[in-house]
Design a protein around this ligand. Structure first.
Ligand code: SAH
Ligand code: SF4
Ligand code: F3S
Length: 559
């Protein structure tokens, strides 16, 4: 019997990609997907653990399923991702509604765990003598978890092998073109995990050690995505610029070249002296994708670590027009004392030196090629004084980001900061600092935006704007059906499932607001007739910028 799955994704782009890969696998095994949670036989949450707030969202979703499970015992509930990994068996103790637990390093196991859980529940529920007393529910859960527990103790090589197959399955799947049809933008993982162990961060614990994928696999994936119509690829890694693959050291298992455990060249901004025939550096990888897959018209990458960002990478970006001039380089704090406590491994001066070097190479507004940079900051890290915070304000003022992601420190069990440092900045102080930094950044964002007014730029039209999507959902009820055009080029995982599946009739008249992006990652809002959605979404067009606010630019199409 075909199973219907509802999948909701929280957290970062890694999770969005994982959800996409897992759903591709499940579709190929005969599962169907629905945006309606109440209509699904299987409910999956791909979770994030980076801040407490991210976890709370999942707890409340799971809480909502309690009653439904009582009335529909065949319902299968799975928790994937970083919360599953961080909380482990405790999660099941707290939320007995959960049948399946799969960490991000175990996702290749999900299809078999799901199959086990579905079958076990069915067989237990069909035996009247064991359906009383709730016992069968627990049995079903244990069967599903057994695999997950054993997988966790697997060796790195085995883990890397089957996980690598999950990413590869996208590129070798014959249904790839169908699955990707209508998609114009895709993520491609180049590095898994993280070795940095910033003291506040769960990622090294949930995603494991830094592992680099073989360049040929990455190229192959890019090529196949391009064949399926993708024109924008975003390369993903927690420290994406650390990418480095040593060919001499490559091992093949079952015909598949193995990813490599992280070994980055920590040589500051000099060129990697060991680069050459046997090593593919991040700069080499960017150059190869640019040159070998020209159908990819925009090549992006996130997230960059402020150290170990060589001039070789900056030169490749400068000299290859389809590589986007946008860097996301989190600083986290402007206080050297806090950067040390955070174990970030650089000081403010080094960070600013990097920004200056990046701008010297890449900021060329006079030839229509500016560079934009965005940052991340944590306010209220343990022991943060007013003076430390003022140093952060000063860094934001000097760095001139186009935008910053600002977070209040959230203590995470299992991290060094959680164990060693009291969360001693009161919530009210965190809030004040958060708002102040947002306001400082907003003024700078507006200034940067104003520099675009009157400028012509190529923009990739991604779909209806968030405001337009809300308006359409409000006016037309739930997801529109029928039509021909997907409203977003990114597909699964962005915004609500409803917005993604919504479609528009090509005959629809009246104005609509579209959202587009410059190659510097500035959002541009464009008013166009809704009936042009078919023709516009997923294409790169020339626009003139007419106005700027702190959050977005407004523009008009020209030509
Ligand atoms: N790998 C990326 C960031 C991954 S997590 C990097 O190092 O730059 C995304 C962002 O979440 C981080 O940049 C940080 O600003 C924030 N973050 C991580 N852990 C946090 C915590 N415990 N409390 C608050 N914010 C946190
Ligand atoms: Fe977390 Fe630091 Fe790794 Fe980023 S670099 S994922 S903040 S440990
Ligand atoms: Fe969250 Fe895990 Fe990404 S903790 S930010 S989903 S790596």
């Amino acid at each position: 019997m075909p199973r219907t799955v509802y999948l909701e994704t929280f957290g970062c782009q890694m999770n969005e990609l994982d959800s996409e890969l897992v759903s591709g696998r499940l579709r190929s095994l005969g599962y169907a997907f629905t945006p309606d949670r109440d209509a699904a036989d299987v409910v999956l949450y791909n979770t994030c653990s980076v801040r407490e707030h991210a976890e709370q969202k999942v707890w409340s979703r799971l809480g909502e399923l309690k009653e439904r499970k009582l009335s529909q015992p065949s319902l299968v509930v799975g928790v994937m991702g970083c919360l599953a990994e961080r909380d482990g068996q405790d999660l099941i103790r707290r939320m007995p509604v959960v049948d399946i637990l799969v960490g991000p390093g175990e996702l290749d196991k999900l299809p078999s765990l799901l199959d086990n859980a579905v079958k076990t529940r069915e067989s237990l529920l069909s035996e009247p003598e064991v359906t009383g007393g709730g016992e069968p529910l627990r049995s079903a859960r244990q069967v599903a978890l057994q695999g997950s527990a054993s997988r966790r103790s697997a060796t790195l090589a085995a883990a890397a092998d089957s996980l690598e197959m999950l990413d590869l399955s996208r590129s070798i799947s014959p249904t790839n073109v169908d699955e990707m049809s209508g998609r114009r933008s895709a993520y491609v993982r180049i590095t898994r995990g993280c070795n940095k162990f910033c003291t506040y961060c769960v990622v090294p614990f949930t995603r494991g050690a830094e592992i680099h994928r073989p360049p040929d696999h990455i190229l192959d994936e890019c090529r196949r995505l391009a064949d399926a119509g993708v024109i924008e690829v975003t390369l993903l890694g927690q420290t994406v610029n650390h990418y480095r693959f040593e060919h001499g050291a490559a091992v093949t298992v079952g015909g598949v070249v193995q990813p490599q455990k992280g070994r980055s060249y920590a040589g500051g901004h000099a060129r990697d002296p060991f680069a050459g025939a046997n090593v593919t550096t991040f700069a080499d990888l960017l150059r190869r994708i640019h040159d070998e897959v020209p159908a990819i018209r925009r090549l992006r990458f996130v997230t960059s670590y402020p150290r170990d960002f060589g001039d070789d990478v900056l030169e490749v970006i400068r000299d290859h027009p389809r590589i986007c001039r946008y860097l996301h380089v989190p600083a986290q704090s402007g206080s050297n004392r806090l950067l040390k406590l955070m174990n970030r491994g650089y000081e403010v001066e080094e960070y600013l030196e990097f920004l200056a070097r990046a701008r010297a190479h890449l900021h060329q507004p006079e030839i229509g090629r500016p560079l934009e940079v965005s940052g991340d900051f944590i306010v209220g890290f343990p022991t943060e004084t007013d003076e430390d915070f003022e140093a952060t304000v000063s860094l934001v003022e000097r760095a001139r980001y186009k935008n910053s992601f600002i977070f209040k420190y959230s203590p995470r069990p299992g991290t060094t900061a959680f164990d060693r440092l009291a969360d001693d900045v009161p919530e009210a102080v965190k809030r004040v600092r958060n708002n102040r930094l947002l306001a400082v950044q907003a003024a700078i964002s507006q200034e940067r935006g104003l520099a675009y007014v009157g400028v012509e730029a190529d923009v990739l039209i991604e779909g209806f704007s968030a405001k337009e999507r809300k308006r359409r959902v409000r006016e037309q009820g739930a997801c529109g059906a029928g039509g021909t055009v997907e409203l977003t080029v990114r597909g699964q995982g962005r915004g609500s499932a409803c917005a993604i599946d919504e479609e528009v009739e090509a005959t629809e008249t009246g104005p609509a607001q579209f959202s587009a992006r410059t190659d510097t990652d500035m959002i541009v809002l464009l008013d166009q007739p809704a009936s042009r959605a078919n023709e516009l979404v997923g294409t790169i067009r020339r626009a003139r910028i007419t106005a700027a606010s702190a959050l977005t630019l407004t523009g008009e199409l020209i030509g």
